[in-house]
Ligand binder design. Structure first.
Ligand SMILES: [Cu+2]
Length: 152
């Protein structure tokens, strides 16, 4: 166990999604790790080689069980936002803060009570080409899926 601050006492086992870009964005890679913490999870994301067109990228946990897709959507079968408690966006289980790119690199951490790491195991983390507006239903108008990885 590792105490970060008064709220965050991290416990393993933790879970990690290894992120890979779509065929259009093959250079994107990174990890999103989930640490069990008091009343929830600490989520730490480190992503490399984000495209330069945008500086802010939506990130969600989706409700599928694969990062497979089709000709129209490389991660179609990642599904829609994970929503274990039947909430509206942006209060879905899988709603997360956006990634802010610094020259294509993004690092972010969030402490959330939306889930425990064990509840999201097996689901995909999806990164989108656009920011999440945290308003539009059902998914924040965040555009094309550009990277994905299953939480293991
Ligand atoms: Cu998404």
């Amino acid at each position: 166990m590792f105490r970060v601050n008064s709220r965050l006492l991290l416990q393993c086992p933790c879970r990690t999604a290894v992120i890979s870009g779509s065929p259009k964005y093959p250079d994107i890679h990174g990890t999103v790790s989930f640490f069990k913490a008091c009343n929830g999870s600490l989520v730490v994301a480190e992503i490399f080689n984000l495209p330069s067109e945008n500086g802010v990228f939506a990130m969600h946990i989706h409700n599928g069980n694969t990062c497979n897709g089709n000709a129209d959507d490389p991660f179609f079968y990642a599904g829609s936002h994970l929503n274990l408690k039947n909430e509206k966006h942006p209060f879905h289980t899988g709603d997360l803060p956006a990634l802010f790119s610094n020259g294509g690199y993004a690092w972010t951490a969030v402490y959330t009570d939306h889930f425990q790491p064990s509840e999201v195991c097996g689901f995909p983390v999806v990164i989108h080409a656009n920011p999440d507006d945290y308003h539009t239903q059902p998914s924040g108008n965040s555009g094309e899926k550009i990277a994905c990885g299953i939480i293991k």
